[in-house]
Ligand binder design. Structure first.
Ligand SMILES: [Ca+2]
Ligand SMILES: [Ca+2]
Length: 436
C-alpha cells in the first residue's frame, strides 16, 4: 500500500488492514502488458471517466505548463476540484491548455470537459494549434445561436459534457495546443467552466504507414563510418554511468571520437535525423533509450545505417526495449530479440549468474570466479538466427545478430538491483568493461 499525503495528517491504522481478495490474474497480466504510464486521474471518484491506458492522456487545465492566461476556480463537479472559469460579470476570457504532448504520430480526439451554467447565449472559439502543422479555429455555441452542427452545440444545463475536436499528429513528438476564448452576451447571468482535456489516440501510425507518407532513402554513395577510426554516437540514458560507459568508450575510441546525446527518461535528445549526420559514425550506443524521441526520421536513418554496415548496441533499462514503445517501429525490426511488452523488466527470484554463452564474441577467458550477477532483466526472447554469447543463469544476457551489413547487440540485463549474497553486481565485476 502506498499512501500519498497531500495535506493534513494521516495516522496509519494500528491494525493493518488485510487483503480480502487475491489479485485477479487476468488483470495482473493486463497490467504487465500495459505501458507503465502514471495514473492521471483520481481512482476514488467513480464519476472520473479518465480511463487510463497507453492511448489516453489527461491534461488538467489548471496544472502543468500552460501558456493560456486562464484563471482556475474551485468547483466540486470538476474531477480534480478545479476548473478554468469565465465567471459571472465577465464577457470574454481565455481558456484552454497548451503543449499537450509529446504524442506519437497518429490520429487523435481531444475531449474538452466543459460546464455551462445558464441562461443566455454563450459561445467558445477553440484554436487548434500544432506549431508549423495545424492552425485552425473551431466554433462552439449554445443552441440559441441556431447552429445546425450538433457536435458543436454547447449545452447549458449546469452539468459537465465532453466536446470533441479530432486532429492528426503526422509525426512523432508533437504537442497540440487548444487555445480558446469563452464569450457570452449575458455576462451577469451565466458562467462557463472548463475542467480538463483528455487526448485519446484513435489510431497510432506505424513506421510502415509513416514510410508511405514520408519516403526516405540514403543518398547514393554515402558510406557508414565517416573518418578513419572508430566514431561512436552514444545516447546516455539513466544508469549510463553504472554501466561504465564513461570509462569503456574512451578506452575504445578516444574521447574526441565520442559524441554524446542525453536522455533523462528514455527520450533521446537531438538524435540525428539526417543520413549525413548519422553515417559519420561507426557505432551507435543507445543506453536505456525508447523510440519516441528518435522520431520516425531518426529510426529510419538508424535502420538504414545498420543495414549499410553500422553497429548498434542497446543497453537495457526501464525506458527501453518493450518498455520504450519500440514495438511497431523500424527499431523493433532491427532488434535480435522479440519484445515482451510494457512490464517486461522483471526481477529474478534469485540473482542470475553471468557466464559465457555460444557464438562471438568469446567471453570464455574472463575471470568468472567473482560470480557476476544480474537482478532485473528484460524478459525478451532471441529471434531465430541470433547468437547468445552471454548468459544470465540459463537466460540470454547478450543477444547479437547481423542485420544487412551491420551488427546489432542487445544487452537484456539492466543495471538495477542490490547485492544479496556472495555474488557481485555485474557492473562491479572486473570482467564487465571487457564485455561492454
Ligand atoms: Ca480540472
Ligand atoms: Ca570512423
Amino acid at each position: 500500500m502506498v499512501i500519498f499525503q497531500f495535506k493534513g495528517k494521516f495516522t496509519v491504522p494500528a491494525a493493518v488492514p488485510r487483503f480480502t481478495e487475491a489479485p485477479d490474474p487476468k488483470k495482473v497480466e493486463e497490467g504487465r502488458k500495459g505501458a507503465g504510464k502514471a495514473m492521471g486521474f483520481d481512482p476514488l471518484r467513480p464519476d472520473d471517466q479518465g480511463k487510463e491506458s497507453k492511448t489516453v492522456w489527461t491534461f488538467e487545465t489548471d496544472s502543468g505548463y500552460n501558456s493560456v492566461p486562464a484563471r482556475g476556480i474551485a468547483d466540486p463537479d470538476a474531477l480534480n476540484g478545479v476548473a478554468q472559469v469565465r465567471d459571472k460579470g465577465e464577457k470574454s476570457v481565455y481558456i484552454g491548455r497548451t503543449w499537450m504532448g509529446p504524442l506519437p504520430a497518429g490520429r487523435y480526439v481531444g475531449r474538452m470537459r466543459i460546464k455551462l451554467e445558464g441562461p443566455g447565449k454563450q459561445s467558445m472559439n477553440m484554436r487548434l494549434l500544432i506549431h508549423g502543422i495545424i492552425d485552425k479555429n473551431i466554433g462552439f455555441a449554445t443552441e440559441e445561436y441556431k447552429r445546425t452542427d450538433e457536435a458543436h452545440t454547447l449545452i447549458a444545463d449546469g452539468k459537465y459534457h465532453d466536446y470533441s475536436i479530432e486532429f492528426e499528429a503526422p509525426k512523432d513528438g508533437l504537442a497540440p495546443c487548444f487555445i480558446g476564448g469563452a464569450y457570452t452576451e449575458a455576462p451577469d447571468d451565466n458562467r462557463f467552466l472548463m475542467d480538463r482535456i483528455v487526448i485519446e489516440q484513435l489510431e497510432r501510425y506505424t513506421d510502415a504507414q509513416l514510410a508511405l507518407k514520408n519516403p526516405m532513402q540514403a543518398p547514393d554513395g554515402l558510406l557508414v563510418g565517416g573518418e578513419p577510426g572508430l566514431d561512436v554516437l552514444v545516447v546516455k540514458g539513466w544508469t549510463w554511468d553504472t554501466y561504465k560507459l564513461g570509462e569503456v568508450l574512451p578506452m575504445l575510441a578516444g574521447a574526441d571520437r565520442i559524441t554524446e546525446r542525453w536522455s533523462n527518461s528514455g527520450e533521446a535528445i537531438e538524435f540525428p535525423q539526417k543520413y549525413e549526420e548519422l553515417f559519420k559514425y561507426d557505432v551507435v550506443v543507445l543506453c536505456n533509450v525508447g523510440s519516441y524521441w528518435l522520431q520516425y526520421d531518426g529510426r529510419k536513418v538508424l535502420k538504414d545505417f545498420v543495414e549499410a554496415g553500422g553497429g548498434l548496441v542497446v543497453l537495457g533499462g526501464l525506458y527501453t526495449l518493450g518498455q520504450g514503445n519500440i514495438a511497431g517501429t523500424t527499431l523493433e525490426e532491427l532488434l535480435p530479440v522479440t519484445l515482451a511488452g510494457g512490464r517486461e523488466v522483471q526481477r529474478a527470484a534469485t540473482p542470475l549468474i553471468l557466464k559465457a554463452g555460444k557464438g562471438g564474441p568469446n567471453f570464455g577467458a574472463l575471470q568468472w570466479a567473482g560470480q557476476p550477477a544480474v537482478y532485473w532483466r528484460h524478459m525478451v526472447t532471441p529471434k531465430a538466427g541470433a547468437a547468445t554469447s552471454l548468459l544470465a543463469g540459463t537466460e540470454p544476457a547478450l543477444v547479437t545478430a547481423m542485420v544487412g551489413k551491420g551488427r546489432v547487440a542487445v544487452f537484456t540485463l539492466t543495471a538495477l538491483g542490490d547485492k544479496v549474497g556472495n555474488e557481485t553486481p555485474f557492473w562491479q565485476w572486473t570482467g564487465w568493461p571487457t564485455v561492454l
